[in-house]
Design a protein around this ligand. Sequence first.
Ligand code: AN7
Length: 371
Amino acid sequence: MAHYQGLIHRYHDRLPVTVSTPIISLNEGNTPLIELVNLPKQLGYDGRILAKFEGLNPTGSFKDRGMTMAVTKAVEAGSRAIICASTGNTSASAAAYAARAGMTCFVLIPEGKIALGKLAQAMMHGSVVIQIEGNFDDGMRLVQEIASEMPVALVNSVNPYRLQGQKTIAFEVIDALGDAPDYHVLPVGNAGNISAHWMGYSESVCQQTKACGLCNGQCPYHGAASATHRPVMLGYQAAGSAPFMRGGPVANPDTIATAIRIGNPMSWNLAWAAVKESGGWFDECTDAEILAAQKLLAQSEGIFCEPSSATSLAGLIKDLARGKIKPGGTIVATLTGHGLKDPDTAIAQSEAPYKVSADRTAIGALIQRYL
Ligand code: AN7
């Protein structure tokens, strides 16, 4: 297998690039599709559940898929600076890709409501970090105004290149499984990702291999990912930030899963289309259910995702218990970001470490209790 060089290189025949496009990449994508070996039995499901662990992207979330495309196209268009509003992961990713491209990056984040790791990333990669006294939705409105008036390229998912990059997750799932799964479950915030998943699956049905300008059909990846069907899409929201369940924007969204603390999703129509066309549905999970699912996944499967990402599993657990999922199928859950993004929430919901003296007998006695 050729050296993996990122998702634009991998799926160039399905992305809006040409031979002269200057690709800005951190070798994102190609994330593992991990079979859950303990949870299906624990949850009483006789089919397969697999986790697409997007936390293993270069900046620790799925945002890198969209950002490699958005920054590549911004560079191609001659932009010198990019801007985004973010609940955290978009800013971390934008900051990293801007650094790679030698661009200036401005990020607007909600003061006090961003996970520690994400803030560290935006700062460390040298972006101009602007904390606003407002939430993500306020930031989104502001960056749209600013980008329309000043020479900065907007890289939120209203930028169509973001969804183009993010759709490649569906190609990878199909490549790994040999076909689309029966169900695909994921968290929904600004709703770009569920829309991109659906775009990727839709483009994979009956896809013909065709020659392209970059490789003339000769590269080992060309024409990959072809599916016989599309999955049922299930989108889960945090109960305090669930505009799709309320039928319209939520004024003061709140949830411990700060990544999806979004009240006015930009991809409203696309997300509804994905759910309706696929025969799927939206649902909501409480913060307690989200945290319980995060811990269950960490302790039953060894996979540490951030709270927002665990909403995939939290929703799935409820739908399995209610008998809404057909037996014997294949379910893929997107785990959108790494658990290390938000160490505060992980530590706050875990047992405190023991404090003992550096003494063989004391430690031995403690260990004995667990044997
Ligand atoms: C871990 O970073 O919106 O429904 O500004 O970071 O496509 O918005 C993050 C979203 C799920 C929701 N999981 O995806 C941002 C931002 C994680 C996330 C979502 C986000 P969308």
